[in-house]
Design a protein around this ligand. Structure first.
Ligand code: SF4
Length: 144
C-alpha cells in the first residue's frame, strides 16, 4: 500500500469483554466512551462498542463496519490476545490486519485515564507505551 492509498480516516472499536473481565475492573467504559467522543471525536469517523468482538456476533458486526479505507483502533484485551481473537473478524471483513488498518490498544490492567491516553496516542500515530514489568514475586519467609 502506498501513501496515496493509506487509510486517513480512523475509527475506535471498543470491546468491553462483557464488562466483567477481572483485568478491566478499573475502567468505566461509559465515561471512557464519552470522553473519547467529547475530546477526540473530531479525529474519528465513528466509534462503536461491543461486549464480545471475538464471538460470532462480534465478528458479524466487524464484517459490517470494518473497511479498508479506515484505520481501526481497538481498545480491548492485551495486544497479542487481540491479534489471535480478532483475526477472524478482520478476515471475514476482507480487511488486512496490518498497521495501516489496525492499532490495538490494551485495556488489560489499565485505568480509564491510561486507556484514554493510549487511544489519544494511537490517534496521533504515536507508539503505545509498554506496560511496566510486573514486580518480582515475594521471597519465601526466612530469606532476605
Ligand atoms: S476480544 Fe478480547 S476483550 Fe473482547 S471479548 Fe474477546 S477476550 Fe474479551
Amino acid at each position: 500500500m502506498n501513501e496515496s492509498t493509506k487509510p486517513q480516516k480512523k475509527a475506535v472499536l471498543f470491546c468491553t469483554c462483557s464488562g466483567i473481565c477481572p483485568s478491566m475492573t478499573q475502567i468505566d467504559f461509559w465515561a471512557l466512551a464519552e470522553r473519547v467522543r467529547v475530546e477526540l471525536g473530531d479525529q474519528i469517523e465513528f466509534m462503536a462498542l461491543h461486549p464480545r468482538l471475538c464471538e460470532e456476533d462480534g465478528e458479524r458486526m466487524m464484517r459490517q463496519v470494518l473497511s479498508d479505507k479506515i484505520q481501526f483502533i481497538t481498545p480491548a484485551c492485551a495486544e497479542k490476545k487481540q491479534e489471535k481473537l480478532l483475526r477472524d473478524g478482520f478476515t471475514k471483513a476482507g480487511v488486512p490486519m496490518d498497521r495501516e488498518h489496525w492499532i490495538p490498544v490494551s485495556m488489560a490492567k489499565e485505568t480509564t485515564e491510561t486507556v484514554f491516553n493510549r487511544i489519544k496516542l494511537a490517534l496521533a500515530g504515536q507508539p503505545q507505551p509498554t506496560s511496566p514489568p510486573a514486580p518480582p514475586p515475594p521471597k519465601p519467609e526466612g530469606q532476605s
